[in-house]
Structure formats: structure tokens, C-alpha cells
Design a protein around this ligand. Structure first.
Ligand SMILES: Cc1cc2nc3c(=O)[nH]c(=O)nc-3n(C[C@H](O)[C@H](O)[C@H](O)COP(=O)(O)OP(=O)(O)OC[C@H]3O[C@@H](n4cnc5c(N)ncnc54)[C@H](O)[C@@H]3O)c2cc1C
Length: 406
């Protein structure tokens, strides 16, 4: 019998384990998959690194970088801002204070017709806020706030494509508190990638734990407060079970109504012999005639190891409703050809990845108090890698405090 069983080796479960390890607690982590990391992980395919849905790691994630160093990850940054394809041509919207070439970048930003000067001033002011402005409840939809405060063009050409891809919610019904939380982190930091893919983050955590503590291919089938049953029929007991599971799985185990509006990610990875654009930046698609391609990014511009030598990896985020079929994929390719020209015909589709429960449903309110479990995960807060780290640490602290109380 172990003192603690952690169910789930995503980053919240691993972060929790790290804290218990430091406190000398006897624990094990049970993970259904054959790898650690859950939603923050990567596939390795013919020399390419394909993150399971395109994601970025912000250097302003203090919880992450208090445990893992940039050099452990071989972390490199994108530019802060975005290229935007509009009906009038490509526009540059980069932060002049954070990127090089202050004068040129400031000129491009201020003279850009994506939004007025008032829009740009307002988003700058908002990035300094810690809480939503008076008159907006934290749970009110971001869409309502943006509609009231910014011009239509700024919403359609920058705010919706950018924040839609961050929240995997292009209708921007996400609570305004999430918007302000991440706006602030984006405004003070850069987005970037580890050299060996997002998988490097959970791997760095797992490397700090004794390997015998993590049991892969161990799917939990049923549980009570101090007992779990594996799908093999084996039963394990512990003083405390800590659930580090995704929202839908928690709902299922604890008989809550599951997510009604889970957020899905749909991402197509292509390879090419040269990048479609050289700037290390996210490229937003705001062409009014397009409905499938949302954002494009070339991870190899900052991390060449994402592809074999001499090749570029292109990651295309698609409308979350997109599911792979040949005719729809040809529509994707034709939208990409509008953006990048005839070179797209030479791109090879490596893989299409769809993640059904990519981010939790913010409208599900799990009342987990008094259930007897300790839980961690990215729901109940703004979902992010940083908050998954924080929740794992908090869950371990909760257990350690309970020991001190007894
Ligand atoms: C496509 C996509 C894009 C994202 N983009 C970003 C981004 O750019 N920046 C950012 O900060 N965040 C991003 N996120 C969010 C971030 O990845 C998650 O918030 C974080 O990984 C959640 O970690 P977790 O440990 O809470 O949950 P999970 O990673 O879901 O971990 C839960 C673990 O439990 C395991 N499990 C499930 N059922 C069982 C069972 N029955 N028995 C045992 N184990 C089980 C799962 O296999 C998994 O390993 C993105 C997520 C996705 C999917």
C-alpha cells in the first residue's frame, strides 16, 4: 500500500508528484497512456516533432520556470506580436518595446490599418489590468467586452483570430477573467518552444522523479477515496487518492454532468523544403472569404530540430469544427494557396491531429469540496500549462497540510 496514488501523469500530476517526492512521501503515479504529459505532449514521426495540437510556452509562466530552466528545455522565442493576412494585404503587428528595430516596428504598428490608434492604446491599457474593468463580471463573455470597446475591424482582424486561437473559441464566449489573465502574461512575455517539442516539459518533470514511481499503461477504471481499480482488474490502496485528470474524465468518475462545450483543436502539419515566411511569428488569417485556416506558424524558424535537416515544419491551426476528409482538406490547401501562393502544391501533409477535449468547458462548475478527493488540473481556472503546474503544486500542499493537521 502506498501513501498517495496520483491518477494521471499530465503536467499537473507530475508537478504534484515532484512536491511529494521532495517531502519524502511514498506515492505512485498511474497513467493510462504509454507516455507522460497528457495534453502537453508530442508525437515523433519520421524526424518531425508534432505537438499534440499546436501550443506555445510563454516565458512569463513563473510556475513553470521556477521548476524547469530555459536551458533545460533549449527554449527559444517567437517575436511578440503577429503577422496578419487581411483583405488589403499582409500587416505587421509587433510590440516595438519587446522586439528589435524599435522605430520600424513602432511605425508599422501605429500606421497599420488593422484598428485605429484608439484600439491600440486601449489594448495596451488593458494589458496592464489585473482584473476586468468595473461593470464586467469576471464570468461575462469576452466577446461582449471586446464588442463594446474596440472597432469592428480590430476585432475581426486581430482580436478574434488571435484570442480565438489561444482559447480555441472563435466566438470568444470565454470568461473575461481568462482574457485579462492571459493578456497580461502575453504582454509581459514572449511565446516560444522547447527544442524537443512540448513533450520536453513533462519529460523534464518526469526526469526529476524516480522512474519506478510512474506506472505507464495503467488505466484507472474505478475509484473510491482510498482505492483505485485498474482496467486489468488489479486493485490498489492508498491513504489518499489525488486526481490529476482532464475535466471530462473527472466528471465521468464523480458522476457530474460532463462538458457540453468542450474546446476542440484541429491542426494540420505540413513539411516543405523552405518556410512560407521567414519571420519567427504567428501568422493570423483574417481574410473574410476564408473559413478553415485560422493561424499558421513555422516552428522550425525558431527550433530547426522540429524537422529533419533542410526541411521546414508548418503548423496550420484549423477551425475547431474541421474534421479530416479529402474534399475539406483540398479546401484547406486552396485557402493556404491564397495565403502563400503556388508553393503550397509542393507541401506534404504529414499528419492531421484533432484533440477533442483540448481545453475544458468553462461553463461546468464542479463542486468537488467534501468529495474526499484532492484534485488538480487545468479546469476551474484559466486553463494553461502554467496553471496546471500551479494546481499540481497546490494539490500536493493540500495533502501535506492535511498531514500537519492530523
Ligand atoms: C491543442 C492544445 C493546445 C493548447 N495550447 C496551449 C498553449 O498554447 N499554452 C498553454 O499554456 N496551454 C495550452 N494548452 C493547455 C495545456 O496543454 C493544458 O492546460 C495542460 O496540459 C493540462 O494538464 P493537466 O495535467 O491538467 O491535464 P492532462 O494533460 O489532460 O493530464 C491528465 C492525464 O490523465 C491521464 N488519464 C486520463 N484518464 C485516465 C485514467 N482513466 N487512468 C489513468 N490516467 C488517465 C491522461 O492520459 C493524461 O496524461 C493547450 C492544450 C491543447 C490540447
Amino acid at each position: 500500500m502506498h501513501e498517495v496514488i496520483i491518477v494521471g501523469a499530465g503536467i499537473s500530476g507530475l508537478r504534484c508528484a515532484l512536491e511529494l517526492e521532495a517531502a519524502g512521501i511514498d506515492y505512485i503515479v498511474l497513467e493510462k497512456a504509454s507516455y507522460v504529459g497528457g495534453r502537453c505532449s508530442s508525437e515523433f514521426f519520421e524526424g518531425y516533432i508534432l505537438d499534440r495540437g499546436f501550443q506555445i510556452l510563454l516565458d512569463s509562466y513563473e510556475e513553470v520556470f521556477s521548476v524547469i530552466s530555459e536551458s533545460d528545455l533549449g527554449y527559444r522565442r517567437f517575436l511578440s506580436g503577429a503577422l496578419i493576412d487581411t483583405d488589403r494585404g499582409v500587416r505587421h503587428l509587433f510590440d516595438p518595446f519587446k522586439n528589435s528595430g524599435l522605430v520600424k516596428t513602432a511605425f508599422q504598428l501605429l500606421s497599420s490599418d488593422v484598428g485605429s490608434l484608439k484600439d491600440k492604446w486601449r489594448i495596451f491599457k488593458d494589458s496592464k489590468r489585473k482584473t476586468p474593468p468595473v461593470g464586467f463580471a469576471p464570468e461575462s463573455p469576452t466577446e461582449d467586452y471586446l464588442r463594446e470597446r474596440f472597432s469592428r475591424r480590430f476585432q475581426d482582424e486581430f482580436l478574434r483570430p488571435f484570442w480565438g486561437s489561444v482559447f480555441l473559441d472563435y466566438d470568444l464566449r470565454v470568461p473575461i477573467a481568462d482574457f485579462f489573465h492571459l493578456l497580461r502574461l502575453f504582454s509581459v512575455g514572449f511565446g516560444g518552444l522547447p527544442a524537443k517539442g512540448m513533450q520536453a516539459i513533462p519529460n523534464a518533470l518526469a526526469d526529476k522523479l524516480p522512474s519506478e514511481r510512474i506506472l505507464l499503461n495503467s488505466s484507472v477504471h474505478a475509484l473510491t477515496h482510498n482505492r483505485v481499480e485498474l482496467s486489468t482488474g488489479e486493485s490498489l490502496e492508498a491513504r489518499q487518492v489525488i486526481l490529476a485528470l482532464p475535466q471530462d474524465v473527472i466528471c465521468n468518475f464523480l458522476n457530474f454532468q460532463g462538458p457540453k462545450h468542450p474546446r476542440t483543436a484541429a491542426c494540420a502539419y505540413f513539411s516543405a523544403d523552405h518556410p512560407p515566411f521567414d519571420l519567427p511569428s504567428l501568422r493570423l488569417n483574417a481574410l473574410s472569404s476564408h473559413r478553415l485556416v485560422k493561424t499558421t506558424c513555422v516552428p522550425t524558424t525558431i527550433q530547426p530540430g522540429y524537422a529533419p535537416t533542410g526541411r521546414s515544419l508548418i503548423s496550420v491551426n484549423l477551425d475547431p469544427r474541421f474534421d479530416y476528409n479529402t474534399s475539406e482538406m483540398s479546401n484547406v490547401v486552396s485557402e493556404l494557396a491564397d495565403l502563400f501562393g503556388g508553393q503550397v502544391q509542393d507541401w506534404d501533409l504529414i499528419k492531421f491531429i484533432r484533440v477533442e477535449q483540448a481545453l475544458p468547458d468553462y461553463s461546468v462548475d464542479l463542486e468537488l469540496e467534501n468529495q474526499g478527493y484532492i484534485v488538480c488540473g487545468d479546469y476551474g481556472t484559466t486553463p494553461s500549462i502554467n496553471n496546471a503546474f500551479a494546481s499540481g503544486r497546490n494539490a500536493a500542499d493540500q495533502y501535506l497540510f492535511s498531514l500537519a493537521d492530523n
